[in-house]
Design a protein around this ligand. Structure first.
Ligand SMILES: C[S@@+](CC[C@H](N)C(=O)[O-])C[C@H]1O[C@@H](n2cnc3c(N)ncnc32)[C@H](O)[C@@H]1O
Length: 290
């Protein structure tokens, strides 16, 4: 703990908590001092008042317990959108922007195909805070965007984000495909994919387990989605999945085994294969999957 009788400054507080992620500490300072990151970086000698220091110390205790700084601030930036987040939802990760980028690339490809005249329909499965669905809605205002989650708590956060950002997404409650009744041009999902025994889980204890953990070595939900998606895709529609850094080959097999073609993976900013997708080729009348 910082000795409150000393004259604490921005620099001394940052130094004192050098074991924590520097970026998280800077965000905490921005929030509590109500200033920009540039201000924090350029005013190391700014004195901290007693109430500021007390609040900063409370936050640093939470950070040592692996509470995400986004929960403390109450928001997280994703795709340039400021999303409200709390303990009810997974904090959207920058890696997931790779999934959004690829989804938009697939939609662009559809635009270049002979026009069907039908409205573009997009589905986000396991929407959490609504991050992916809202990013897609922000880029494709003409699209009909639907998003599902099994957690009513998550849906409440997602609806709040949709309202505050004024981005129209229709949210529904469902256990994966259970309550879905229409077909989409593109289905995107970042499902739980961490194995129950994965040691990284101990660092993620503040986030909801239902958003993180999947049986069968982390593949159970990815498998359910690969097996079920064909029935809810238009012919030539795409299924895109985020997965763990070591699951790309398994997900490519799941997609191929379920009849998808043009199966490919894409790396995230860290260089890990993070997103895998495929296209539904079959004619509905010939489908063995429906
Ligand atoms: C990894 S989080 C992704 C959240 C958000 N899409 C994102 O990328 O930040 C997975 C989400 O899937 C939801 N989920 C888990 N099991 C589900 C199921 N059986 N049916 C529907 N949603 C489910 C969780 O509630 C959680 O919101």
């Amino acid at each position: 703990m910082v000795d409150h009788s000393l004259n604490a400054t921005v620099a001394s507080w940052l130094r004192h908590h050098g074991a924590l992620a520097r970026f998280d500490l800077e965000l905490a300072l921005c929030h509590i001092l109500d200033c920009s990151r540039a201000y924090v970086l350029t005013h190391p000698d700014r004195a901290l008042t007693r109430p500021e220091l007390d609040q900063l110390e409370h936050w640093s205790e939470q950070l040592y317990k692996h509470v995400p700084v986004a929960y403390l601030c109450g928001n997280q930036e994703f795709w340039g959108l400021s999303l409200t987040v709390d303990h009810r939802v997974l904090v959207p990760r920058p890696d997931t922007e790779t999934l959004v980028e690829q989804a938009l690339a697939c939609v662009d490809q559809r635009d270049r195909s002979p026009a069907t005249g039908a409205a573009l329909t997009l589905l986000d499965l396991g929407t959490g805070s609504g991050a992916i669905a809202l990013a897609l809605a922000s880029e494709r205002p003409e699209a009909e965007v639907h998003a599902y989650d099994r957690s009513l708590d998550s849906l409440a956060v997602a609806r709040e984000n949709s309202r505050s950002l004024k981005l129209p997404v229709t949210f529904h409650h469902s256990d994966w495909f259970e309550n879905i009744s229409q077909r989409y041009d593109l289905i995107v999902s970042n499902p739980p994919y961490i194995a129950p025994a994965d040691p990284h889980l101990s660092l993620l204890g503040a986030e909801p387990a239902h958003a993180l953990v999947a049986n069968d070595n982390g593949l159970a939900d990815l498998r359910t989605i690969c097996e079920g998606a064909g029935a809810f895709l238009q012919t030539h529609g795409w299924l895109l999945l985020e997965h763990g850094y070591n699951q790309a080959a398994a997900v490519r097999s799941l997609l191929s085994d379920n009849g998808f073609i043009d199966v490919q993976s894409r790396r995230d900013l860290g260089g890990n294969e993070r997103v895998t997708w495929g296209q539904k080729p079959w004619d509905q009348a010939l489908s063995a999957h429906e």
